[in-house]
Design a protein around this ligand. Sequence first.
Ligand code: DX5
Ligand code: ZN
Length: 221
Amino acid sequence: MPDYKIAPSILSANFARLGEEVDNVLAAGADWVHFDVMDNHYVPNLTIGPMVCKALRNHGVTAPIDVHLMVEPVDDMIRMFADAGASYITFHPEASKHVDRSLQLIQSLGCKAGLVFNPASSLDAAKYVLDKLDMILLMSVNPGFGGQKFIPTTLGKLKEARKLIDDSGLDIRLEIDGGVTKDNIREIAQAGADSFVAGSAIFNADDYAEVIKVMRSELAQ
Ligand code: DX5
Ligand code: ZN
């Protein structure tokens, strides 16, 4: 069985008590914290920045923080998030003029680097930088908001990305983001994902541990 990771998106957490929410979801069995950064420019919404990432580290969060940049441009935010304690930093290739350089910047700052692909974007931008990728993240909704429905054509795209990674022989994680629930996670894993972002499916539930437990049992099928 692949080394599956469950990464709750704190976009759906209660921001009035974020530290406690993150502690609770990690205690409930989550592996990573997915951290959605929106700038009201690359996407039509505005969220949180490096100060909040740093505050979570200062609060005592030691789990990997998976920073998903939905901002344009990316390089300044890469520097600031690396400094704020990010573990993974991923960005959308169309948001950087120099994708290869931005990936190198992430890795040179000691973080793991990834590219994010919107539902209608082809995977072409990944092909020539595979050696600089620790992760490929496929969006299964249009970025900007939590609580949207999984776009089913992403399943075929996951298979394509899985083949690209396997053929390369490189150690690259394949993450999926948007509309992941306990009811579709197995099918998504079968299509090739090994890392699963879930926001509303976890944070809108009364019992985080129960949802994560069911997701893991689906993954073990
Ligand atoms: C959307 C974000 C996602 C989102 C996922 O732009 O990148 O991480 O929070 O939320 P759900 O799981 O509710 O679709
Ligand atoms: Zn995200």
